[in-house]
Design a protein around this ligand. Structure first.
Ligand code: GAF
Length: 393
């Protein structure tokens, strides 16, 4: 997003180092960076054991960290005046540490619960990932902290196990019933690629996503819509999907192929449940179709799938709000090849697939549509697929 701080502000990694050295009067042992993400397509499919296709953003959260004696963790953040400090007993009590510190304590809890000897540490956090915009700032924080603690403690933690641990922090300590997509994206994505993830077995394929070569760009538009009851609505969508899978006698909605959708819908008791199921089943198919097109190098042709995904979220899953619908409509009217809300919904960001030379025109059109409706002006970013979590040199 267009950052609020001046363009000449220090780089995020330098800010984390400075936060550490000022806060602790010492130099960090290392710095770890984790990106935000956007999801190209596949929304609310992850907790249905389905498919998703996110890619990492060039916006990062950086954690500078160093050891601390005993089982004690101290965390400073550039968004807080006071550090958060907790010991093993607090880390072992889910929900005890609240606010942004809860994500850090949650990672310590998840690692300890899995039997790892987590080293005491001092940490300083800086981030360019906007909070509350649906770009996975929480997963970025979890991933950077997890990777820092794993490296500092020399923990035996295979890369493929890390997303589940980070997700466990969020589900079990913070108490948000999210799926596995965001943590997988920020930990496993590769530059220049989208991550095709099967959320049932967590197998991945890195799909080349070379927007430059295709003469295209992804414009990410922060809708700036206030999150309206997002947590409760997310949980209720998840519960509805699980109930529907029970009614249909399948382990998860992933097990309903699109060819069997009509028959499955006939077995469901009400229109709302039918629409929730239709979204998930058709969205899984749209992910598979998008992957096929990308594999064949037919990038512009994914546009209609993105737009169909948005319509499904708006009409069947009912997770969009006027601001995101306006952004999608204005982007399409200004020539975007496809556009959709990305992330959990009820606000957050919209992505639009645009000709590389149309990015400014589309952004201007969205701003104009917003002004006409009296919405808070949106911010925009042109996103290229960036790397996942890394230790910085
Ligand atoms: C949020 C959740 F964290 C993800 O797990 C996923 O369900 C997404 O919403 C919707 O696709 O980002």
């Amino acid at each position: 997003m267009t950052p609020d701080r001046p363009a000449a502000a220090p780089d995020v990694a330098d800010r984390a180092t400075t936060g550490f050295s000022h806060g602790y009067d010492a130099q960090p042992a290392g710095r770890w960076a984790a990106p935000g993400r956007v999801n190209l397509i596949g929304e609310h499919t992850d907790y249905n054991d389905g498919f998703v296709l996110p890619f990492a953003l060039p916006l990062r959260t950086v954690v500078a960290a160093g050891p601390q004696p005993g089982e004690r963790w101290t965390v400073r953040s550039e968004i807080a005046d006071q550090p958060v400090d907790f010991d093993a007993a607090e880390a072992d009590s889910p929900g005890r540490v609240t606010g942004w510190g809860g994500y850090v304590a949650g990672v310590v809890w998840a690692l300890r619960e899995a039997g790892h000897a987590v080293p005491g540490a001092r940490l300083a956090i800086a981030s360019d990932v906007p909070l509350g915009s649906g770009l996975s700032s929480s997963a970025a924080l979890e991933a950077a902290v997890l990777t820092a603690l794993a490296d500092l403690g020399g923990l035996d933690l295979p890369a493929a196990h890390r997303p589940r641990l980070a997700q466990r922090a969020e589900n079990g300590y913070v108490g948000a019933p999210t799926g596995i997509m965001d943590q997988s994206a920020v930990l496993r994505c590769r530059a220049g690629h989208a991550l095709f993830l099967d959320c049932r077995d967590e197998s991945v394929e890195h799909i080349p996503f070379d927007l430059d070569a295709a003469g295209l760009a992804i414009l990410v538009i922060d809708s700036r819509a206030p999150h309206r009851h997002a947590d409760g609505e997310y949980a209720s969508r998840r519960a509805a999907c699980e109930r529907a899978a029970d009614l249909l006698g399948v382990p998860a909605l992933r097990d309903v192929p699109v060819a069997d959708l009509a028959a499955a819908l006939e077995r469901l008791p009400d229109d709302e449940t039918r629409r929730r199921v239709r979204h998930v089943v058709t969205e899984n198919q749209r992910v598979l179709d998008t992957v096929e097109l990308l594999r064949a190098g037919r990038v512009p042709e994914i546009g209609p799938l993105l737009t169909a995904s948005h319509a499904s979220m708006r009409d069947d899953f009912e997770i969009t709000v006027p601001e995101v619908d306006t952004a999608v409509e204005a982007a399409l009217a200004a020539g975007a090849l496809g556009a959709r809300m990305t992330g959990g919904g009820f606000g957050g960001c919209v992505l639009a697939l645009v000709g590389a030379d149309r990015s400014d025109t589309v952004a201007t059109a969205v701003r104009a549509a917003y002004a006409e409706r009296g919405f808070t002006a949106p911010t925009t970013l042109t996103a290229l697929p960036a790397p996942g979590t890394t230790r910085l040199p």
